[in-house]
Design a protein around this ligand. Structure first.
Ligand code: SF4
Ligand code: SF4
Length: 81
């Protein structure tokens, strides 16, 4: 399942650099996770790195993108060739 950033984001800029898939970009006004790139860190780390560093606790599951661990790994592999 991809994650998404909700309205509590303070645009602190802590999360983009920790994403292994370069899935997080600056939005207007809050930051945005590309659901086609977010693997919930499957393939890169044991747990979502953006959630670990987010001081606002505003990164939550995206209900529109519920994928299995195998599907997330396939997504990771397709992104990293
Ligand atoms: S969960 Fe991982 S892959 Fe998804 S946006 Fe956060 S850091 Fe990137
Ligand atoms: S770490 Fe959290 S508050 Fe900071 S930019 Fe990312 S989502 Fe927003």
């Amino acid at each position: 399942m991809a994650l998404l950033i909700d309205d509590n984001c303070t645009s602190c800029d802590a999360c983009p650099s920790v994403c292994p898939n370069d899935a997080i970009s600056t939005g207007d006004p809050i930051y945005v996770i590309d659901p086609f790139k977010c693997t919930e860190c499957v393939g890169g780390h044991d747990e979502p790195q953006c959630k670990l560093v987010c001081p606002a606790d505003c990164i939550v599951p995206n209900p529109d993108y519920s994928e299995s661990p195998d599907e997330l790994m396939a997504k990771y592999e397709s992104l990293h060739g």
